[in-house]
Design a protein around this ligand. Structure first.
Ligand code: SF4
Length: 393
């Protein structure tokens, strides 16, 4: 069987009932093969590096390649990258929804994050901004992904669902689906991502109960470094896909740029195992101790030392593996400040400094050569505070 096109059929498992949508030449949803995708981690304007990464992902067999676009320079770069590749491109509009009509002629899918629409044009309603994106997609036969993320929930939903942010994420996705339905736009899918596998499972199950017709893009965001990042992702996919939930997947790993193809090969391996009924048992105490989450990096990373830093953090904190503490390492200022809020200790990287946080409180900004020492001090204090024990490291 062609490993690129694994249909999900098994006597013991539930079939997927979502509707089919077209993303350029690709179809996802229903009984279509589960598509495997990834995202470039280079700065989009760096044509050489981004072109190389697109080739790496194409060679690895990516069904969809996502590229972040935040500025007009990124749009120009995307147009040039398009000339050298026939891959199915998805564009990630984070805060700048206005770029939708400029990129739509060159891509097959537009991802918008409902939690980032409030930034620009505060005089316009969210609905008006969604309609703007939908019109650009419709005129250029693009699909849309409504990509909801735990670290950037729409402030209105965050305020309304203060005690249950997961319910807020699901409701936000359901409401955006209703908006697109009312606009007569059908070629859309949804994602609900969190760095915690159990929350990804819960959010996607709740969404699928309410909208069983809408194709789902699955992923554990900031899963982090292999092997833990792979295990966290596998846990979520093993719980969801056999119950008929999941039409396209992305494995997010913090790996060097040249290894980004691993996100595709790992994704296919997980699908292949699920298809064959090979489920990996997860040790009972997995994630009971130290949990390091790290973003997979993307074009917004402002200092290339980020991946090395994530690896150094894991090495340096190995002494604390028995303590139930979460440390988040994020690559940029766009999502870093929000996505470190829920961690016990958080690091988000700027061009010359790394910001260190304890929960929502900022402890300071430190040079790349100082941050590990500062993190060690903060970790020792936290262990003492939480467990009354001085760490042995
Ligand atoms: S935190 Fe920033 S650098 Fe990391 S994946 Fe998210 S947007 Fe990209």
């Amino acid at each position: 069987m062609d490993e690129k096109a694994l249909p999900f059929v098994s006597e013991n498992k539930k079939p997927r009932k979502t509707r089919k949508i077209k993303i350029g030449s690709l179809t996802i949803g229903g009984d279509s093969p589960i598509a495997v995708q990834s995202m470039t981690a280079t700065r989009t304007v760096d044509l050489e590096a981004t072109g190389k990464q697109i080739r790496i992902l194409e060679d690895a067999g990516a069904d969809i390649i996502r590229i972040a676009v935040d500025s007009k320079d990124d749009v120009e770069a995307l147009i040039k990258l398009r000339q050298d590749s026939n891959a199915v491109f998805s564009v990630d509009l984070q805060e700048n929804y206005r770029l939708a009509p400029l990129v739509a002629p060159y891509v097959q899918k537009i991802r918008y994050n409902p939690g980032h629409l409030f930034h620009l044009d505060k005089d316009k309603t969210i609905r008006e901004k969604v309609e703007f994106i939908v019109n650009a997609a419709r005129e250029n036969q693009c699909a849309i992904r409504i990509g909801v993320n735990c670290g950037s929930i729409d402030p209105d939903y965050k305020a309304k669902y203060v005690d249950d942010p997961l319910a807020g994420m699901v409701q936000c996705a359901v409401d955006h689906c209703a908006m697109l339905d009312e606009m007569g736009f059908e070629d859309y899918c949804v994602s609900l991502k969190d760095s915690d596998s159990s929350k990804v499972i819960e959010a996607n199950r709740h969404f699928a109960e309410q909208r069983p017709d809408v194709p789902l893009h699955l992923g554990v965001t900031e899963a982090g470094l292999p092997p833990e990042g792979i295990i966290k992702t596998r846990i979520a996919f093993e719980q969801l896909i056999p119950s008929g939930i999941g039409d396209t997947i992305r494995v997010s790993l913090t790996v060097p740029d040249d290894d980004k193809g691993d996100e595709i090969s790992v994704g296919r391996e997980i699908l292949k195992d699920i298809e064959a009924g090979r489920f990996r048992s997860v040790p009972e105490n997995f994630l009971e101790g130290l949990n390091i989450i790290a973003c997979p990096s993307c074009s917004r990373v402002e200092n290339g030392k980020f991946v090395d830093l994530a690896q150094d953090v894991r090495r340096m904190t190995a002494f604390a593996e028995k303590y139930k503490i979460t440390i988040a390492v994020m690559g940029c200022r766009v999502n870093g400040p929000g996505e470190t809020d829920d961690a016990d200790l958080g690091l988000w990287c700027g061009p010359a400094h790394v910001n260190l946080k304890k929960g929502t409180e900022t402890l300071g900004a430190f040079g790349y050569d100082e941050i590990l020492d500062q993190l060690k001090k903060a970790l020792d204090c936290l262990i003492e505070e939480k467990y009354g024990a001085v760490s042995p490291g």
